[in-house]
Unconditional design. Structure first.
Length: 362
């Protein structure tokens, strides 16, 4: 069982929403579409489902061309961020509805609905109507109706976005187990890199209608092929600074230097971009090798256990994510520190030329 997109593209009003895309998804895999809002995740899912017809390319299911096949005639289930339920039916009947359309027996339906409702913690609500539920419970009902079908392709478009934190975390753990047991192809769209890492499987990073990289999730995270992928797979987005490789040293824009060791030593002399994730910036020095940068503090955002610090470093705008609550004076010049082991090096064409040493060791 495979889903294959061969040069599938979609334009609206002459403007490309999805550039020609090659993608093959295998049976029993979890596949995450990761990208910011308007990157093309929902459009790509609609093309997979048959809700939209591509302007270019073909869609194949198990080797058969299904490009023109109606969505009703495909073996799919789909859940959107905005939940859709039948308001006049009970939760039980909502979940059971696709099984009844498939002609399942009453016993088969009851067994499947009971198991799915238990998994999604809906058992006490089975006799209620959707409008008697909270928003999170309504979304769980929609998710249960999709899962109970046992479809070969399950498309989930940010399905946990409306759930409370505790349930969202529980389902992030349970969903991969459900998917693995089903043997189906699962495609899960999200804007959150953390969610992609928790779900595992494979990740396709999207930026402005293009898949920039596809592969095992840890690999895409640790070794992004270019700066765009690195930016997408970082929350907040990856920070960048121009550097120059000269001999056995790396020279940063403000006079900072670091030894060109490991994979960095083999770089030809020249100008590059260094990238590092916000959580690797520190407010205090840890280790003699740490680089010090002088920055101006623009904004702080305290989330409770962590603080986002927005910094100006010359022409660059950086964000640091540091542990704890920090009451810092806005507009003040301050040092921040970075371990060179967390630095990625990108060429002038934005292609990765040297992954961070820590990523290779992870």
């Amino acid at each position: 069982m495979t889903l294959e997109l061969r040069d599938v593209g979609k334009s609206v009003g002459g403007k490309p929403h999805i550039h020609p895309t090659q993608l093959t998804l295998e049976r029993g895999t979890m596949n995450v579409l990761l990208g910011p809002t308007l990157a093309g995740k929902t459009t790509l899912m609609r093309l997979m489902a048959g809700l939209d017809v591509p302007n270019t390319g073909r869609v194949f299911w198990d080797g058969q061309d299904v490009t023109g096949r109606r969505v009703q005639d495909r073996d799919i289930a789909m859940v959107y961020q905005q939940f859709i339920n039948y308001p006049s039916m009970s939760v039980y009947d909502n979940i059971a509805s696709p099984l009844r359309q498939m002609g399942k027996s009453k016993a088969e339906i009851d067994t499947a609905v009971t198991a799915t409702a238990d998994l999604l913690k809906l058992t006490p609500m089975l006799s209620r109507k959707p409008l008697e539920l909270s928003g999170g419970q309504q979304q769980r009902c929609a998710l249960a109706r999709a899962l109970v079908k046992g479809a070969g392709l399950v498309l989930l478009d940010e399905p946990l976005a409306n759930l409370d934190y505790k349930l969202r975390e529980e389902l992030r753990v349970e969903i991969p187990k459900i998917f693995e047991a089903s043997g189906a192809i699962f495609v899960y769209a999200t804007t959150e890199p953390e969610e992609a890492l928790l779900l595992g499987g494979n990740t396709a990073t999207l930026w402005e209608g293009r898949i920039t990289q596809f592969g095992p999730t840890p690999q895409v995270y640790r070794q992004p092929v270019d700066a765009t992928t690195a930016r997408v797979f970082s929350d907040p987005p990856m920070n960048f600074v121009h550097i120059t490789k000269s001999g056995q040293g790396l020279e940063f824009g403000d006079g900072q230097t670091a030894a060109a060791e490991g994979g960095f030593a083999a770089l030809p002399d020249g100008r590059y971009r260094a990238g590092f994730r916000p959580n690797h910036l520190e407010l205090t020095r840890h280790g003699e090798a740490a680089l010090e940068f002088r920055c101006t503090l623009a904004v702080t955002e305290i989330t409770g256990s962590e603080t986002f610090v927005h910094l100006h470093h010359g022409p660059d705008r950086w964000v640091g994510l540091v542990h704890g609550v920090h009451d810092l004076p806005l507009g003040a010049e301050m040092p921040v520190y970075l371990d060179p082991a967390h630095i990625y090096i990108f060429g002038e064409n934005d292609a990765l030329v040297a992954p961070a040493p820590y990523a290779l060791a992870a």
